[in-house]
Design a protein around this ligand. Sequence first.
Ligand SMILES: Nc1nc2c(ncn2[C@@H]2O[C@H](COP(=O)(O)OP(=O)(O)OP(=O)(O)O)[C@@H](O)[C@H]2O)c(=O)[nH]1
Ligand SMILES: [Mg+2]
Length: 464
Amino acid sequence: MIDESIICAISTAPGTGAIAIIRLSGKGCIDLADALFVSPSGKKLRASASHTVHFGSIYEDQQLIDEVLITLFRAPHSFTGEDSVEISCHGSTYIQQRLLQLLINTGARLALPGEFTQRAFLNGKMDLSQAEAVADLIVSSSAASHKMAMTQMKGGFSGELIKLRTALLHITSLLELELDFSEEDVEFADRTELRRIASNIETLLNRLCRSFSLGNVIKNGVPVAIVGNTNVGKSTLLNALLREDKAIVSDIAGTTRDAIEDTINLNGVLFRFIDTAGIRKTEDTVENIGIERTFAKIAQASVVLLLTDLSRGTDTFENYYRQVKEHLSPEARLLIILNKTDQVKDPLTTLETIKLCTCGEKLIAISAKTGQNLELLIDELLSTVNLNNLNSGDVIVSNIRHYEALSHALTAIQRVISGLDSPISGEFISQDIRECLHYLGEITGEITTDEVLGNIFKNFCIGK
Ligand SMILES: Nc1nc2c(ncn2[C@@H]2O[C@H](COP(=O)(O)OP(=O)(O)OP(=O)(O)O)[C@@H](O)[C@H]2O)c(=O)[nH]1
Ligand SMILES: [Mg+2]
């Protein structure tokens, strides 16, 4: 049963703005608004067409609260699929609260987080993955995450899922044909065709699963760990990259003891820079815990910046290089940063020495303090991620819930394939196909529980 009660919420950001929008949705909400609204022409909202805007005043006990614009949407042509009204009022928090109170006193109730979007889903205006993309779109903070959320909201991902579903249903029908003839002792139907379709499905599922690491990075920021010996300028570099004094800088070795991180949007890509505790041998328990965390951050990073201090020589460099390489994830990129160029006359000798003990990693000489060559480093970071290859139509999975369902579907289709390769009865294979369909249905919301829905929509803001 779909709850059709009238819900209301302030849909604009909290606080004072030039204007604010209060949203109403549910059966009878147009009549509810009509009872409070006075148009200069005397025209009633209930007599007006969908997608029209009306100027007028809202009164409470003959007292004017505000002059407003009301936008009208009639079911099913609204975001929620129900009759909906949007009241644009002046942005004072007092006016917003008075109007909201008035709507509640006259029969509406305050919407739950994401309830408008949840109704859109329940009324079939979008599937669950599209509803989730609405939340991603609202919080998108870079060109790449915006593009990804927009593709998903416009149904790019849903389209891929429909393709998969159709192919799976096709296999089922072919298998049923096989079962129909099994009594007549006909040899198994031609399984080459089945095998071909199944392996296409596997390829597609594989691609979607693999896209998750990129999707995750786009959504949460490319993790870049800044590591090295103490006092080489890691915190100074973090501050320079973030353009703010985030971490404490001092000439005392061992200043940073815990990982400090923050994100910044550089040329449309969100980066998550992580400053770490300098790696060294120490008796300090707290510092040692910090150093353990440094190694964990290296393992999680997409890019590691190994910093070394040009003014201190290269004796210990090889040791650091080896330790970092040991913890680096296989897909990660390592950049060697020679810091404090402002303190040395000729960095070339150091450069050459370091080159000898590395495996062809890129070397960049900078001064974190003066900002010299920082642009070079940023360019290198951008090229590492290279999101330019991202076409607007590319479907990238960025949601862990989707990723998990896709992984399960992938395992199921792999069982289908091995079943097809062996003389297993079609009935067993059908069961794995049904399982695969089940997981795809979980993503789109065809198969769902109140608990799953509750978990998804509770993370939305009220008013969306
Ligand atoms: N001349 C010069 N000094 C720098 C540069 N970068 C950092 N420093 C100085 O080096 C000292 C250490 O800098 P931090 O940024 O605290 O070094 P760190 O690597 O974070 O040190 P720990 O947190 O102790 O591991 C400070 O006195 C900085 O001002 C640089 O490019 N040039
Ligand atoms: Mg530091």
